[in-house]
Structures are given as C-alpha cells and as structure tokens.
Design a protein around this ligand. Structure first.
Ligand code: PLP
Length: 354
C-alpha cells in the first residue's frame, strides 16, 4: 500500500500558468504544471510520483493500445468566493473507477492513491483552479494496461495517471437529439456501466452520423428491442412527466451510474418531485408528449452539469420543447452550482476540501 508520504514530488522549474488566459478556455486543451503517475507491477502499486506534466514513453506493443484495457474518470474541483478549493464527490468516482477496473480485469486503485494523490496534485497546482464564476478544474484520472506484449490476456502491468485541465463555463446549448435505432452503446452483460475507453470508441460512428443529419447527439436505446431508453450521448437522461422525474435504472448494467445523475436525483426529491429509476420506453415518452405531460428532457454529466434537450426525434416524429419555460432543470443546475461554489451549505457532504 502506498501512503501519501510515499509520493515523490518533483516540481516544475517554472509554471506555464503565466502563458495561459484562464478567461477563455476550450475544454480539455490545457493541462496544469504537474501530473501524478503510478505503476502497478508484481501485484503492487509503486513509484508513485508527482512530476512536471510530460509525454509518456511507451513501447508500440503496450497492451492498452491493442486490446483496450483502459478506463477513466471525470471529476471537477471548484474554488469558492473565499478562495478555498473543493473537489465534488471524489469518493463516488473512486468507487466507480474500481467497478470499471473490476469489469475490465484490472487492479483496484487504493483510496490513498486515488484521493490523496488527487488532493496533493491539486494542492500543488492550486493556482490553476480558476476563480471566475462557472469555471472549474477538470480532473482526469485514468488507468491503462502497460504490458509490453501483444498476447491476449489481462495485462500484468498498469499505469494510473491523473492530469488536470482548467475549464471555463461550459455553455450547454439546448440539444437536438435523434433516437438511435441501429447502433447500440451497451447490452446487459456488457461493459456499459464501466467508464471504459472502448465505450466511447464504439459510440463515435453513430454520433458522427447523427451529426451529419443535423443532430447533436443520439439517444441510446436498449440493444435487444430498441425500445427502452438508456442514455443521451455520454450523459444520463431525465424525463420530467407531470410531477415525476423518470431516469433509466441501473439494474441492467447498461447505464453509466453518473455522479451528476445521483446528485440530480437527490435535488429533484428535495424540490418535491417523485423520482423513479426504472425502465422507460420511447413509446411512453411519445405518449406523454402527445398528452402534454412531458415537460422537460435533459442530460446530466460532469462536463456540462445539465444539458437541455430542445428536440427529440423518433422515426419521422419530432418532439419539440420550449426550453425557456422550463423550471425543474434550471433549478437543479442552480442548486448544484450553489453547493459546488460554496454559496449554499453542503448538506449532503458532497464537497471534499483540498
Ligand atoms: C461519464 C459519463 C456520464 C456522466 O457521469 P458523471 O459522473 O455525472 O460525470 C454519463 N454517461 C456516460 C456514458 C459517461 O461516460
């Protein structure tokens, strides 16, 4: 086991921060001065170090590039008005990361490495957390198979790395979505619940085709009947029907258990909505739309928090919404942001102080 005392720190000689304008940041393009890198070898984690952000030197035979044993997480840190920095629900991401690792036959990353490594890394690069409203520091932990060997088997060596990227306000323009009828993202028994790199690769063609047809994303349906809703692109999806919020349940193992999803469920309940985590068919969505009870449809995820869906196309029928009149999802966003930026008390214990 590695304790934080075992993380070897080498500081960058000078910060790149002075060359970067934190006002106008494209998502995921700039990285902070340091990174955490740890090796897994012979059944244990070793060589934990924080060092200047730099390229990796890998052999072409490195297993992850061939067979895709690669998983990741997406987390954010925020600064409040007093300049204190907090990470949003990192323990939930740790749990999910280790579930993903288990499913891909990869080793568990201990809490001391994941949480303490992240905390120490952010503390060192604290000046990179933007303090402007709506800005944050995006945290990307990831792990990949690093055996130099192209035989097919679970790798014996892995690398666990954390990199950090300052991000500006993510203006999530309301989306036009197409119900995907041909391609699928996840099947029961598959890896849909894991935050695996391969899930993203497998989704790209459908998404590209939807974009060619003028949509922003696809609504993924179940793999067997193409009848039940799964997710919207790389976000979880919510339907507000009357006074009930419905989101697909996690029991089939086809849904990524979003931390934003879980947070939205808690906030919606506090706002007086009944929340149902269950199977919801596209026919039920259509019926509610036609009856006029389908009020709001939105996606949730760390990058954008909430993305409104202004149009949902199924076969030749387009459901359209007047998103400016919505009340539930703007209030979920307002409440979540108020907690993240320390404007409201953190009653759920979501904020982890750095
Ligand atoms: C990461 C992800 C989400 C959102 O999860 P959050 O923890 O809320 O960021 C939803 N769906 C998929 C497929 C994802 O990969």
């Amino acid at each position: 086991m590695t304790s934080v005392a075992d993380i070897n720190v080498t500081r960058a000689e000078q910060s790149k921060l002075k060359d970067i304008n934190l006002e106008n940041l494209p998502f995921g393009k700039y990285f902070t001065d340091h990174m955490l890198e740890v090796d897994y070898e012979n059944g244990e984690w070793k060589n934990a170090e924080i060092k200047p952000y730099q390229p990796l030197l890998l052999e072409p035979s490195v297993a992850a590039l061939h067979y895709g044993q690669a998983i990741f997480e997406g987390i954010k840190a925020y600064k409040n008005a007093r300049g204190e920095a907090f990470i949003f629900r990192p323990y939930d991401n740790l749990k999910r990361f280790n579930k993903s690792a288990e499913r891909l036959e990869m080793p568990q990353v201990p809490e001391e490495l994941f949480i303490e490594g992240m905390r120490l890394l952010i503390e060192i690069d604290k000046n990179w957390i933007p303090s402007q409203p709506e800005h944050s520091l995006y945290i990307r932990p990831f792990m990949f198979a690093s055996d130099e060997m192209i035989g097919v088997r679970p790798s014996e060596k892995y690398k666990f790395i954390i990199i950090l990227s300052p991000t500006g306000p993510y203006y999530a323009a309301p989306m036009r979505i197409n119900v995907e009828e041909k391609y699928v993202r996840a099947v029961s028994g598959g890896i849909g619940f894991a935050k695996a790199a391969g899930n993203y690769a497998g989704a790209m063609q459908a998404t590209a085709r939807a974009k060619q047809k003028g949509f922003d994303q696809v609504l993924w349906m179940d793999a067997i009947e193409h009848k039940y809703v799964q997710e919207c692109g790389v976000m979880n999806v919510f339907f507000i029907i009357g006074n009930t919020a419905v989101t697909p349940g996690l029991t089939e193992g086809t849904i990524l258990a979003g931390v934003t999803r879980d947070s939205a469920i808690a906030l919606l309940r506090e706002m007086g909505y009944t929340v149902e985590e269950r199977a919801i068919s596209i026919d039920e969505v259509m019926e509610a739309y036609k009856k006029g009870t389908l009020k709001e449809v939105f996606g949730t995820g760390t990058a954008a928090t909430i993305s409104k869906i202004k149009a949902l196309n199924y076969k030749d029928f387009e459901m359209t919404f007047n998103v400016d009149e919505w009340t539930a999802c703007p209030e979920v966003k307002r409440r979540m942001d108020a907690i993240k930026y320390g404007r409201e008390a953190d009653r759920h214990g979501w904020m982890f102080k750095i």
